[in-house]
Design a protein around this ligand. Structure first.
Ligand code: KIV
Ligand code: ZN
Length: 513
């Protein structure tokens, strides 16, 4: 059996299914480039048939990425599979990932199909996909809760039709490590042709065991592909987290004896990029990528670490891409230096006009903040006004007054298309007053689900504040992110960014709907 563990990243597909995490084509492209730098083996770029936007994003990623295989999800029908193949046409290496549910519960209640119908549809779907692409993955959705004998028949048929990877998801995060590992092992034994495909695991984190389950699928079950997302992003409690499985396998190579091709020094930059893009912040005590993951607060630990690092450290922070906040640019840096740093960070803006817009914002920021870090630059280019994305609502100016014992008051001027709107309002605090002022003009009716502020770079009150605002309207949930040294301004920007996302009416079909 191979000692190579394939890392299949689905941040851009399963991760994006997380309410509010939807990304634009440019954002997805930027993350895909970072995933390529991270050296993931397979990038699941999206679900091409779900919307025109997703189709375009898969196609753009397929055209841009050269070193990783680019994959699109497709339900087990000819239309979805054709769309996936079409979107993947420019790819150097393409994979079609087709799936159908195989648990009795899903077949009866969701698909309203019999076992024999699902078996037949799996056969036809893999056959059709194999005629369009040499690399075909077949997933049995809710595989872990499926009848093992029936599942074995489906898998046997998929392999016979040419599926090269067989994925057995724990779609609802119900598994327990030993049981899941055994499930995969016995399933492989039941399938006579099991050696002709790579076996894959895909675990959701509802009981907090996605990483443990995936690893058991590998050690006990013999799987050689793990499907995962950066920061464990994903619906509900998320997916298996890439950084955790990769660092487990690398740190405990003595136990796993497996090779992963990941460039671990790109883990933290990838984590930050995904968090900043989606607005899903990383909890401080998150393994590997949390702000505290390598911070030794207790005096005893610090003493030990100073004497010998390995007393309390099993990984080195720098190996996973943590670096001390580095001042990279300042007020006097010119356009060329700025452009070069963008290139080094892997940020490719599409036109000179975008570079100019980014540079103007950089100068504006450098006037107010003497030291500019990589994180500031990433936040700056994530700003909608820099990218080609239309931004209907734009903050033009904001002033606010707050004083002990007085009710805060804010005045906001913002653009709505070509119109300039002004509003002022009182509030419980300056942020509340500013958002209420915006609402007094727009009456969007959106419900605020989440408001959070984070410092972009740690250790200084000079840091920019990064605000995430999550809004819900008519069943849609969106996140808006805004950054500024002034957190009230960052809040207004985040709020308007979320309203911009609500305006863009991208309808998409849910993969598991
Ligand atoms: O969780 C799941 O079952 C999935 C499949 C579509 C692979 O995401
Ligand atoms: Zn999933």
């Amino acid at each position: 059996m191979s000692d190579k563990l394939i890392i299949f990243d689905t941040t851009l597909r399963d991760g994006e299914q997380s309410p509010g995490a939807s990304m634009t084509r440019e954002e997805k492209l930027r993350i895909a480039r970072q995933l390529e730098r991270l050296c993931v083996d397979v990038i699941e770029a999206g679900f091409a048939a779900s919307s025109n936007g997703d189709f375009e994003a898969v196609r753009a990623i397929a055209a841009a990425i050269k070193d990783s295989t680019v994959c699109s999800l497709a339900r087990a029908n000819d239309r979805d599979i054709s769309r996936a193949a079409e979107a993947l046409r420019p790819a150097a290496r393409a994979r079609i990932h087709t799936f159908i549910a195989t648990s009795d519960l899903h077949m009866e209640k969701k698909l309203r199909m019999t076992r024999e119908q699902v078996l037949e549809q799996s056969r036809l779907a893999v056959r059709f996909a194999r005629n369009l692409c040499a690399d075909v993955e077949f997933s049995a959705e809710d595989g872990y809760r499926s009848d093992p004998d029936f599942l074995a028949r489906v898998v046997e048929v998929a392999i016979a039709e040419g599926a090269t990877t067989i994925n057995i998801p724990d779609t609802v995060g119900y598994a327990i490590p030993e049981l899941y590992g055994e499930f995969i092992r016995k399933l492989r034994e039941r399938v006579p042709s099991s050696d002709r495909a790579v076996w894959s695991v895909h675990c959701h984190n509802d009981l907090g065991m996605a990483v443990a389950n995936s690893l058991a699928g590998v050690t006990i079950g013999g799987a050689r592909q793990i499907e995962c997302t950066i920061n464990g992003l994903g619906e509900r409690a998320g997916n298996c987290s890439l950084e955790e499985v990769v660092m487990a396998v690398r740190t405990r190579r003595d136990y796993f004896g497996l090779q992963v091709g990941i460039d671990a020094s790109q883990i933290v930059p990838a984590s930050r990029l995904v968090a900043q893009t989606t607005g899903f912040v990383v909890q401080p005590n998150k393994a590997v990528v949390g702000a505290n993951a390598f911070a030794h607060a207790s005096g005893i630990h610090q003493d030990g670490v100073l004497k010998a690092r390995d007393t309390y450290e099993i990984m080195r922070a720098e190996d996973v891409g943590w670096s001390a906040n580095r001042i990279v640019l300042g007020k006097l840096s010119g356009r060329n230096a700025f452009k070069q740093r963008l290139q080094e960070l892997g940020v490719e803006l599409e036109s000179e006009a975008e570079v100019n817009a980014a540079f103007t914002r950089f100068k504006d920021l450098a006037d107010r903040k003497s030291e500019i870090f990589d994180e500031d630059i990433i936040a700056l280019v994530g700003d909608e006004s820099v990218t080609a994305e239309q931004e209907y609502f734009r903050l033009l100016s904001l002033s606010q007054h707050s004083e002990t014992g007085e009710r805060p008051h804010a005045r906001v001027t913002f653009a709505a298309g070509s119109q300039e709107l002004r509003a002022e309002c009182d509030g419980n605090g300056p942020v509340d007053a500013s958002l209420k002022a915006i609402e007094s003009q727009l009456s969007s009716g959106a419900e605020l689900l989440l408001y959070s502020v984070n410092a972009i770079t740690s250790g200084s009150t000079e840091s920019q504040g990064e605000v995430t605002v999550r809004l819900q309207l008519g069943g849609r949930v969106v996140n808006g992110v805004g950054a500024d040294p002034d957190i009230v301004v960052a809040s207004a920007k985040a709020y308007l960014a979320a309203l911009n996302k609500l305006r863009s009416k991208t309808e998409r079909v849910a993969a598991q709907g």
